[in-house]
Design a protein around this ligand. Structure first.
Ligand code: 13P
Ligand code: SF4
Length: 337
């Protein structure tokens, strides 16, 4: 069905009413009436084609609540991809996430609604860089953040995400490694180094979103909210930001913290849609608006998801030899975590 033919009907209004009730603070009614027909058509086509939509926590609420079958952090999305029996995976997130799904499910069709949805961390390092690091530090295991290309994973010993990085580094420590190489996020590596006895050699990559937060941001928020505010930070933030925060965790861990503890006010030092998605699910928590936008994540939209489902493009293709080598460190991570 062409976009021009998508109409807001009574049937669609009824079908999406519950979702809208949750999201009405983000979308005015006339805007919602342009989104709801996409939600309806994507969900219809998804069932017809036995497709599953894996949506990262940074997707906008219309995607997250409207069409996401599985939502979560990088670790959860990788776990689910490894187990799904769908024929098609639509990755609503960035390119490295779609590659991870393809590596874990080489026989499935993996689509990403916009091929240009990259990641500054992933772009900061190549497979050749990892080979050079290994030559410089022979025998030292390489722990690679999942925010990397298949090429980089293929050269690594074990992957990690922000939710299991400490566990993975400590597991290597327990195997007798007193030093590990951690790529490519220097802030994640420094934040983990502060919590472990294992020495960490790091790479100079950063997340263009999280590197923008400063300790002063947190001090300003606390000063403006002197009745109390809980500050949660993603471990891709600089260490001096983490030092000012009340809690550090992956996107799923921050979500869980809010769900369980229901603070009166909270602020997330992370991507903006994450706060919106949490606010929609936790009406008793006031989410303070400070956040940074990831331009890569924001490339994914309902019209692009529908187009990907209709055309079954753009498809993630990885050289099978690289994919097979890249699978080993991801599987090792899944075993260790
Ligand atoms: P999570 O694994 O915490 O979801 O983080 C992914 C990411 O890209 C954060 O910027
Ligand atoms: Fe990459 Fe940062 Fe965007 Fe996450 S938020 S996808 S780490 S650029």
């Amino acid at each position: 069905m062409q976009a021009a033919q998508l109409k807001y009907t009574d049937e669609i209004a009824k079908e999406t009413a519950q979702i809208y009730e949750r999201l009405d603070r983000f979308y005015k009614r006339d805007h919602w009436e342009t989104l709801a027909p996409y939600i309806h058509e994507i969900n219809r086509l998804k069932a017809e084609k036995n497709a599953v939509i894996l949506a990262h926590n940074y997707m906008t609420p219309d995607i997250f609540y409207g069409v996401g079958d599985i939502v979560g952090d990088s670790l959860k999305l990788a776990r689910v991809a490894a187990e799904t029996d769908a024929n098609i995976i639509i990755q609503c997130g960035v390119h490295f996430m779609a590659e991870t799904s393809k590596i874990l499910c080489p026989d499935k069709k993996v689509l990403i609604p916009d091929m240009r949805a990259g990641c500054s961390l992933s772009e900061s390092i190549t497979g050749a860089d990892v080979r050079a690091l290994k030559e410089k530090h022979p025998g030292i295991p390489v722990v690679t953040y999942v925010n990397t290309s298949a090429d980089v994973k293929a050269e690594s010993d074990v992957c990690c995400t922000s939710s299991n990085a400490l566990k993975i580094v400590n597991a290597l420590g327990a195997e007798g490694h007193d030093t590990v190489i951690m790529t490519p996020d220097k802030f994640l590596a420094q934040n983990i180094a502060a919590q472990t006895d294992v020495n960490i050699i790091f790479w100079e990559g950063t997340c263009m979103v999280h590197e923008r937060f400063t300790p002063q941001d947190i001090r300003d928020i606390r000063a403006a909210n002197d009745d109390g505010v809980v500050v949660l930070a993603h471990p891709e933030c600089p260490p001096e930001v983490m030092a000012e925060a009340d809690y550090a965790g992956s996107t799923a861990q921050m979500d869980e913290y809010i769900k369980q503890r229901q603070p009166k006010k909270a602020v997330l030092m992370t991507e903006c849609s994450m706060s919106d998605n949490i606010a929609a699910a936790n009406p008793n928590v006031e989410m303070i608006g400070t956040c940074q936008m990831c331009p890569h994540m924001k490339r994914i939209s309902l019209p692009k998801i529908l187009k990907a489902l209709q055309t079954e493009e753009p498809e993630i293709i990885i050289d099978p030899e690289i994919a097979a080598r890249a699978k080993l460190p991801i599987e090792r991570m899944l075993e260790l975590s």
